[in-house]
Structures are given as structure tokens and as C-alpha cells.
Design a protein around this ligand. Structure first.
Ligand code: FE2
Length: 424
């Protein structure tokens, strides 16, 4: 075999597993694999997982923090205004370079699939052209999925629907939307209807920024679920953010969640961004603003965690580390039970892979040989430590490596080093 990983632990708890790779595919996942590999790695009991997947990102804005100025209030609306100032100044080469730089970070973090929204409200579609070029260049190492995103509103921004159709014609993969940013609730609903009908006609997936407010009366997710069902898009639609669900009336939500389940609509929460942008107008008590993650999961709805922003007009932190995203999501959702923490790990791996429709994703014979060896013995420990990515493998080739996190100590009567893991 070309590559064999020995003595791995898998996310489902299986231990002493050997993983055999031939060419770009996994051909064996078993204990005591007899075949030798041309190259072998001793996992030494560490966790091997399929790559991290980010279901929600904005690659056209990433690494632009401070351009042309920083977001002083830290609010969503100042971020949108700031992005509006930056847009006319965007230069294609610089945008491509920032995106490629971010993709380097992503690979280093074992993040090998990203769904990014791309703003289509600029008639030049400069960002679309740039990210199509980035998608082409990173294809050997990252699955990049583009969403045509009318940042300034499909109906509110003149020409946005035409631009969105042009972007899809150019090769953008997914239909986006932002109903809560339209002028009225009715126009928001109309935008959802138009976009779902368009997507169904084109055979495309849908992923809308939906109800990204603290307004308990925002109802666009209900419309999105209904339109998904009406247009036959079940299993191909995601509602991103859904932060208003945090503030909705509980009785209303008891009807809404089954409607979402019935319509096969997935939910994508963005914990780092939701916890910083929502509840900004509150005094105290101050709402968290993230959608109802454990309740949605308990209903059998696919819920993924996205990164949303890294060093852009909305957020000045981040490094492409989905374990940091899961860590924050787990805290905000108070999902601290063992099974709940494992669900948070799935929300940055298997669940978003399903939402994106990635083919050949997983750790089983026949799957693509894409995986990450982490310096941790379980998904929970990986989240706790934001564990080192000991090796990142794409199509059977090692494309990134990092040493385990170890500190050298200079203490009387104590060991020389510690690696932050529980010794048993
Ligand atoms: Fe977003």
C-alpha cells in the first residue's frame, strides 16, 4: 500500500485501527492490517478524523481587517457598512492573494472543505471572478463551494437578482439570500420564494443568511422551510445563523422545529460571530443570540458550526481552526455532556460534509484518502486542546504537519516537559 496509519483511534471510539491507502482512496480500516505501506505513520493511539469542514464562511472579505478602517462599534450593521466602503476599493489580485493565504491557514488546521458566500451586489462581480479563480487553484487541496450572496438584499439592491443569476452562470455552486435585510418582512418572504424557485429550476442547493437578528418576530426560517417543501428542495437547503430563534416565543418554536425537520432544512450556527454580534443592543440580561443548537439536533435536524469570519469587517480574530469554533459553540450552547461534546465535533466534520454534499467523505474503505491525525485521543480532547494537527492528508499525500503541543518545564522536582494530556 502507498500509506498506512498504524494504531489510530477513530471519532466513533474504535481503537487500535490501521488505515490503508492506495492512490487517492482509503482501501482498509481494520485492526492488525497485514499489508505494509511504502510510507507508514504511527498514530500511537491518537485520533484520526475525516477533515474539518466549514459550512459557512466569507472568503471574499477574509484577512481584510483594518481595510479601510476597523469596526469600532463591533456591530453587524457597522460591519456591513464597512464592507460597503471596502467593496469599491477591492482589487482582484489582492483579494485572490488574501483568500489563498487563508486557504494555507486552513490546510494547516486540517480544514479541507469550505462553503464560502461571495457578495454578488457589486455589478463588476469582481469577487466572484476572484473566488472562482481561487476555487480552481486550491482544488488539489481544498473543496471550495461558492454561494451567490446578495449582501445588500436581493430586492433591495438594484440588479442583485440579475447579478446572482450571472454568478450562477459563471459557475457559482449554491443560491444564497438575506431575507431579514430586505426592506420589509413581506419582501424578505418574497426573496425567499424567488430564490427557492430559481434554485429548484436550476437543480441547485440553497444556503441563506436567515433571521440574523435578535428580533423574536423574524419569521423567514418558517418561509424558507415552507418554500423548501413546496419547491421539492428537501435535503438541499440550509438556513444560516437563525439567531432570531434564540429570542422567539417557545410555543412558536415548538411548531417551527418540526416544520424544519419535515422540510429537511439544515441549520448552520456561527458561534464565534453570533456570540459577539447578537445581543449588542441589550443592556442586562444580555442574550447570547446563537440559535437553539441542542434542540434542533434533538429533533434530528442537521446542525453544523461555521467560522463565518476571520479578520474581516465583522471579526478581528480567528485562524481557520474549526476546533476553536466547536469549542465556542459547545460553551454558548451549554453542550457540556460527553455525548453533547461529541455532537459538537460532528458539527465541524460529518454534518457539514452532508450539508455540502461532499462525495467520498469519511473514514471507510472506498472514501477519499483525506484525513487528519490529531494530537489528542478523542474528539472531546481534540476540542479541549484545539489539538495539534500532527498530519493532514489529502488524496493520500501528506500536505501539512505540526508537532504536538509540548511545553519544556524548568521546575524543581517536576518532569522536564508536559503535553497537556491526561496520563492514564
Ligand atoms: Fe455569514
Amino acid at each position: 500500500m502507498d500509506l498506512v496509519i498504524r494504531n489510530a483511534t477513530l471519532a466513533d471510539g474504535r481503537r487500535n485501527i490501521d488505515i490503508g491507502v492506495e492512490g487517492e482512496r482509503i482501501v482498509a480500516v481494520e485492526t492488525g492490517l497485514a499489508a505494509r505501506g511504502a510510507h507508514e505513520i504511527d498514530a500511537a493511539g491518537d485520533l484520526v478524523t475525516p477533515p474539518f469542514v466549514d459550512a459557512h464562511f466569507h472568503m471574499d472579505a477574509t484577512l481584510s481587517y483594518g481595510l479601510p478602517r476597523v469596526n469600532e462599534s463591533g456591530t453587524l450593521l457597522e460591519g456591513i457598512a464597512l464592507w460597503g466602503e471596502l467593496k469599491p476599493q477591492l482589487v482582484q489580485e489582492a483579494l485572490i492573494e488574501r483568500a489563498l493565504h487563508y486557504c494555507d491557514w486552513a490546510v494547516g488546521r486540517g480544514l479541507l472543505a469550505i462553503r464560502t458566500h461571495v457578495d454578488i451586489c457589486d455589478d463588476r462581480l469582481l469577487a466572484v471572478e476572484a473566488l472562482l479563480e481561487v476555487r480552481r487553484r486550491v482544488a488539489p487541496y481544498i473543496d471550495l463551494q461558492l454561494v451567490a450572496f446578495p449582501q445588500d438584499g436581493l430586492l433591495r439592491s438594484p440588479g442583485a437578482f440579475d447579478n446572482l443569476k450571472r454568478a450562477i452562470g459563471m459557475g457559482v455552486d449554491v443560491v444564497g439570500g438575506i431575507p431579514h435585510f430586505e426592506r420589509t418582512m413581506a419582501q424578505g418572504a418574497e426573496s425567499v420564494r424567488l430564490l427557492c424557485e430559481f434554485a429548484a429550476g436550476q437543480g441547485l442547493r440553497v444556503d441563506m443568511h436567515c433571521d440574523e437578528t435578535d428580533d423574536p418576530m423574524s419569521r423567514h426560517i418558517e418561509t424558507l422551510a415552507h418554500e423548501t417543501w413546496r419547491t421539492g428542495l428537501q435535503g438541499r437547503v440550509a438556513g444560516s445563523h437563525l439567531t432570531s430563534m434564540h429570542s422567539m416565543d417557545n410555543y412558536y418554536v415548538s411548531k417551527l422545529i418540526p416544520l424544519m425537520r419535515e422540510s429537511g432544512v439544515a441549520a448552520i450556527a456561527n458561534p464565534l460571530i453570533n456570540i459577539t454580534l447578537q445581543g449588542r443592543a441589550d443592556t442586562y440580561p444580555k442574550r447570547r443570540g446563537m440559535t437553539r443548537v441542542p434542540e434542533l439536533m434533538a429533533a434530528g435536524i442537521d446542525v453544523a458550526f461555521g467560522h463565518d469570519c476571520v479578520m474581516d469587517p465583522w471579526y478581528g480574530l480567528g485562524s481557520g481552526d474549526m476546533l476553536e469554533v466547536a469549542h465556542m459553540g459547545l460553551h454558548v450552547a451549554q453542550m457540556t455532556g460527553q455525548e453533547a461534546m461529541r455532537q459538537c465535533f460532528l458539527a465541524i466534520t460529518e454534518t457539514p460534509a452532508r450539508i455540502l454534499g461532499l462525495e467520498g467523505y469519511g473514514l471507510a474503505p472506498g472514501c477519499q484518502a483525506d484525513f487528519v491525525l490529531l494530537g489528542a485521543s478523542s474528539p472531546v480532547e481534540a476540542i479541549r486542546l484545539r489539538a495539534a494537527r500532527r498530519a493532514v492528508v489529502r488524496r493520500g499525500a501528506i500536505i501539512a504537519e505540526a508537532p504536538r503541543a509540548v511545553s519544556s518545564l524548568h521546575l524543581p522536582g517536576r518532569p522536564d516537559s508536559t503535553d497537556f494530556r491526561i496520563r492514564r
